[in-house]
Write a protein of this length. Structure first.
Lengths: 266, 268, 273
């Protein structure tokens, strides 16, 4: 009769070496203590802020749509027009760049140029880009439009390029075998395969652009963000609550609308 | 055999053709209208002047002021802490929300699930910069406001991806654990949690990477970190300092993206 | 001893999966459940441990009626019933040992299971069972690192670690190649004989059922149409169970399987040589 062990311990899954595990735990703990220590909260200020926090929650629960309605309306129109135009222009520019950034379609030099454009667009935060465009083009939605267009290019072109690189090669092969030109290849082999996803991505980006349009207003690029910034600066939390609820509502509508549209198109 | 074939081959039926034309017409009309509304207040003089402005700013920005870097180390530390602590806060809050939102684990589909979904949408719709703007007004400037802002924004992102992962778990593994007579808490621990663990870590690291970018600019509204220095430099029009800060942000973002990609690759 | 009495299951969609099914299984008896897909085999087996809620009827395991038990009593009843699944249903990302120990979940507290601190007897039993199914060297591996046949052995060990009074086996070989299928069936039968354990085995492969089962129950459209020994399973009976065409198709399918198995064996021999 063989005897079997009576204890079992789950073997470590990632760090097999005991020293590493303990070292890592100590390092994490040390960092955590230091990080918490560096928060340096001003408790008197926070306690004083409690009352304001309460007022904000009340403002959110009882939003005031009316007293600043003309500002809100102006901001919303700016945001929505900015979102719509920048999404369309952004996509129009993204398509050639996306094709150029697909390794299986573009010649090497074009590929590198397009990939660099994408990398630059993705590396820069919308808000930082907005600061520069505001400095160059002046305050207002035009700077916002440029910012969102710029950000859309990096987003759509990158995903489009990845999609094109992932197409079914055999279909492209078949079209190429008929002696089709490069443009015909794009039209017959690539477009049908990536179109549904491109539509989906565009709708998704519309949604993101609207949300971003609420942010870049804070640095002067127009839209609902500017209205919100003013409301918070004036401590008008009920108007701020109303604006936030409108943003949430529009994002919800955009999300449901796009999922419905995607189903409809398929 | 002589069939009665149509003389012309048509790609689409006339009706779909019409629909597609109508769609494009609407898009063009909408675009022109929106463009006009949007540019109503635009001062075209400034737009024409922009290339000159750009050249001017560009000229002032170069070279970056490297002697400014040591001064940026503490704000950088704050930025990294804000992102990491904020991610932790967000994840801790997001986990219960995700379990309430997932169809297969929600305790109440009629009341708690819609509430959880609303929390997710509200958090996703509102950028961390807006949360920071509010929290700075409430709590005063400092990285605490930044941490909470990052945390609140992360709930929606982590919550949404996590609840989708929970809904995609393999039912037979759960069934097998239930069949052994396990209690609901044990089913969670043995059948659901192991299945969502890779997704959980992937989502967390992914969000951490995004949060590094976002926390770098939260200082613009007073929530501490590199953004605070950026705001100060912009206010005094010290463009070489601005370049230095932007380069530092860029380097940090590239490194965090690399770390995040490595960790996610290791998880799969 | 298990007795199923007048068991009926109607799904919310109105589909009648089982109608008035009755039979008893004696201690140590292995019963094969055959029938075309959609005949209610899977529903029947899941009604026994109430993963599927029966609409009416009674299921008595050693005297206790499982139908109508409350949540706590049901959990206590389930731990007496071991279940083995078609797609193994191991928790892929846990180790083999954790999968085997998970059979004890009904017996230990949440904290014991959460901290993986199982009683010594449970751990010892788990090692013994892994040795019995020939996988003791794999205890610390993750379940998804094993082959199909090995995973099913872990599934068997998990069910046995419950110290069950009844085994429910749902298509144990559907995801396995013919050779491994036979090994797994042989192991199952041996284990049931060693422990005098009754078992219900869902099986779609009729020749396999005839080879290994002591008794066969044929289901058609949710009703029992045959109950007897494998010898009594004639062409006529099979035609009643499967319908004429399906049965012929299946027999050709089985022949192809055998052919494929022979080819594979020849191939292996050639590679080995």
């Amino acid at each position: 009769m063989t005897s079997y062990p009576t204890t079992w311990k789950r073997p470590p899954q990632i760090f097999k070496h005991r020293g590493w595990r303990i070292g890592l735990q100590i390092a994490v703990l040390a960092w955590f203590v230091l990080a918490i220590g560096s928060i340096d909260a001003n408790w008197e200020r926070i306690i004083a802020g409690g009352e304001r926090g309460l007022r904000f929650v009340q403002g959110f629960l009882q939003p005031d749509f009316t007293s600043r309605w003309s500002d809100i309306r102006g901001g919303l129109i700016e945001s929505l027009t900015m979102t719509f135009t920048s999404t369309i222009v952004g996509i129009a520019i993204s398509i050639p760049i996306g094709i150029g950034a697909a390794r299986n379609l573009a010649p090497r030099p074009v590929y590198y140029v397009c990939r660099s454009i994408i990398a630059v667009s993705r590396a820069l935060q919308e808000v930082i880009v907005a600061i520069f465009f505001v400095a160059m083009f002046g305050f207002g939605p035009f700077a916002g439009f440029l910012t969102l267009t710029f950000a859309t290019i990096g987003f759509i072109a990158k995903l489009l390029a990845e999609d094109i690189e992932g197409i079914d090669e055999s279909q492209a092969e078949a079209v190429r075998a008929t002696g089709a030109s490069w443009l015909q290849l794009i039209n017959y082999a690539v477009q049908p395969q990536v179109m549904p996803r491109l539509i989906g991505l565009s709708l998704y980006r519309f949604d993101i652009n609207f949300r971003e349009s609420a942010v870049i207003g804070i640095v002067g690029a127009g839209g609902i963000g500017a209205t919100l910034n003013t409301a918070i600066d004036r401590y008008e939390y009920d108007s701020a609550g109303a604006i936030l609820l409108i943003i949430i509502g529009i994002v919800l509508i955009a999300e449901y609308g796009s999922s419905y549209l995607r189903k409809f198109l398929q | 055999m002589t069939g009665d074939f149509p003389k012309e081959w048509q790609y689409r039926t006339p009706k779909t053709k019409l629909l597609i034309w109508a769609f494009w017409l609407c898009m063009v009309a909408g675009f022109v209208y929106c463009w006009q509304v949007m540019t109503e207040g635009t001062i075209w003089y400034f737009v024409q002047d922009a290339p000159r402005q750009a050249a001017d700013i560009g000229g002032r920005m170069w070279p970056p002021k490297l002697s400014y870097v040591p001064e940026l180390m503490i704000p950088l530390w704050d930025t990294l802490n804000m992102a990491t602590l904020g991610t932790m806060l967000g994840v801790i809050l997001a986990v219960p929300v995700a379990f309430m939102a997932a169809r297969n684990t929600t305790p109440s589909a009629t009341f708690l699930r819609p509430l959880a979904l609303f929390i997710i949408v509200a958090s996703r719709s509102i950028n961390s910069l807006i949360w920071a703007l509010l929290l700075v007004a409430i709590l005063g400037p400092g990285i605490l406001a930044g941490i909470i802002a990052i945390g609140l924004r992360s709930i929606g992102f982590v919550g949404k991806l996590l609840y989708e992962a929970i809904e995609e778990t393999d039912v037979t593994q759960i069934e097998a654990i239930r069949a052994t007579g396990a209690s609901p808490a044990q089913v969670l621990n043995y059948a659901i949690v192991p299945q969502i663990m890779p997704a959980f870590w992937g989502i967390t690291v992914f969000r951490w990477d995004i949060n590094i970018r976002e926390s770098a600019i939260l200082g613009l509204v007073g929530a501490g970190g590199l953004g605070l220095k950026l705001q100060a430099s912009l206010n005094v029009l010290s463009w070489p300092q601005v370049t230095t800060i932007l380069l530092l942000i860029l380097i940090t973002v590239v490194i965090s993206e690399w770390v995040s990609a490595r960790v996610r690759a290791a998880l799969i | 001893m298990l007795s199923v009495e007048h068991l009926t299951k109607t799904y919310k969609t109105g589909d009648k999966a089982l109608s008035d099914v009755s039979f008893t299984v004696e201690k140590g008896q292995v019963v094969g459940l055959i029938g075309p897909s959609g005949a209610g085999k899977s529903s029947l087996i899941r009604c026994v441990n109430r993963l599927v809620e029966p609409t009416s009827g009674a299921i008595k395991l050693n005297g206790t009626n499982l139908v109508g038990l409350g949540a706590g009593d049901l959990r206590r009843a389930r731990r007496r019933i071991g279940m083995i699944f078609q797609e193994y249903a191991l928790v892929e990302r846990l180790t083999v040992m954790e999968n085997v120990l998970s059979g004890r979940l009904g017996y230990v507290s949440f904290w014991q299971s959460f901290s993986r601190r199982y009683p010594a007897t449970d751990v010892e039993r788990a090692y013994r069972l892994l040795d019995r199914v020939g996988l003791i060297d794999h205890a610390d591996k993750r379940a998804d690192a094993l082959s199909g046949g090995q995973r099913q052995r872990v599934g068997i060990a998990r069910a046995l670690s419950q110290e069950p009074e009844l085994l429910l086996v749902d298509e144990p070989t559907a995801s396995l190649d013919p050779k491994t299928s036979r090994q797994i069936m042989r192991l199952l039968i041996e284990i049931c004989q060693e422990r005098d354990l009754p078992a219900i085995v869902n099986i779609h492969d009729v020749p396999l059922a005839q080879q290994f089962m002591q008794r066969i129950i044929g289901l058609r459209a949710g009703a029992v149409v045959f109950d007897g020994t494998p010898d009594q399973l004639t062409e006529d009976v099979l035609t009643t169970i499967y319908g004429a065409e399906d049965w012929t198709a299946m027999r050709t399918g089985a022949a192809e399987d055998e052919q494929a198995e022979r080819d594979a064996a020849r191939e292996m021999a050639r590679l080995g040589a």
